[in-house]
Ligand binder design. Sequence first.
Ligand code: EPZ
Length: 422
Amino acid sequence: MPSKERMLITGGNALEGEVRVSGGKNTAVAVIPATLLSDEPCTIENLPDIEDVRALVDILRSLGAKVTYVPGEFMTVDPRPVEMQEVGYRLCQRLRASYYLLGALLGRSGRAEVYYPGGCEIGSRPVDQHLKGFRALGAQTEEVGGRITVEAKELKGGDVFFDMVTVGATINVMLAAAKAQGTTIIYNAAKEPHIVDLANFLNSMGAKVKGAGTDVIRIRGQQYLHGANYAVIPDQIETGTLMIAAAATHGDVVIHGCIPTHMEALTAKLLEMGVRVSDSDDAIRVRSMGGHRAVNIKTQVYPGFPTDLQQPMSALLTTARGTSIVQETIFEQRFKHLDEIRRMGARVRVADRMAIIEGVPQLYGAPVTATDLRAGAALIVAGLMAKGVTEIYEPKYIDRGYDHIEEKLRSLGATISREREE
Ligand code: EPZ
């Protein structure tokens, strides 16, 4: 059902000042389910205050876990009372990462029943590799009535060869393998920063995970995992979105608390466009005087250009001088935001998985609709650049993954607010 909220942006203000990035969404949504593998309570810090995290709290509580959650501070999960192995349909629909309950519950109790997840509509998002991975660990898998059941009498380490690099399946198999008997080797593993962060969290509970961040991950399963206190890494995609917003408004912004080495693919492209980017250990400064040059983008697995930044980046390119070609190689339908930005005056052609963007001097505010999380981020970038007022409908998608984005942008000088329609 369409929500009655909308975000309002009056564009044209240069973003200026300093801002702190929140903890990583895609790390948080893996680390929170991983607490179920522990035999003692775990405390997680630096979690972003976002809808996906709130949904996971509800899921863990529905399973019987004792969860204390103070948004912006910490979450303590005591998984010991958990006896349930099934996650309800409505809860699964709330986020994509509900599928991590498959790996986490399989590892914990040898059985999991989860509905096909909800989350952002960015093309078909099969889970065949996740299931193939579980089968390699000795589990039986069944898909009936939109429900996935995985079950193993004895979960045993095994060799898993993924047909493609997949973040979700790599994480899911790591979760289950952490408690399997023997050693699991994942070949063609994803290398994203949050894979490394999950491995660090698992190891902090006493798991034996090696090679995270490379193509081959080895996991020696443990019978007992102890409690841990862990802080998740900063959000790579929020950092990138703020960098793009700073460039888009010809601003001067310092982003604190980030990891600059995670941002290299984006930094290289911004430099190529004529944006000034400098960094220190945990901060990035982005300055722009405008006059951006068009660049070509091809999304790739880490350390390539992240698909999650393709959408905000292509919004920025709509006003760059010249023609930019953007190729989306990870997801089938990740250009819906460009249909919306076209309403604002952008000149864009989309052919299959390629967008050809001819830069225009100026975008103009218009009513637009977010169709997924990063499409929402792209519309924010477009709204900040545009002349006049942009109304973004369905901001609920943005709330899935951006922690207090309006407050952060307002603190940098943006004119942005939220209204409920009467
Ligand atoms: C994760 O999605 C992220 N989601 C996405 O973040 C991100 O865009 C994506 O990784 C790529 O980095 C979470 O972490 C919750 P994949 P995921 O498995 O795990 C195909 C955001 O905006 N595939 O790496 O779903 C798949 O269709 C989001 O924060 C299979 O064919 O991505 C895609 O083409 C959205 N079979 C490709 O692999 C499978 O079993 C990569 O998907 C699994 C994947």
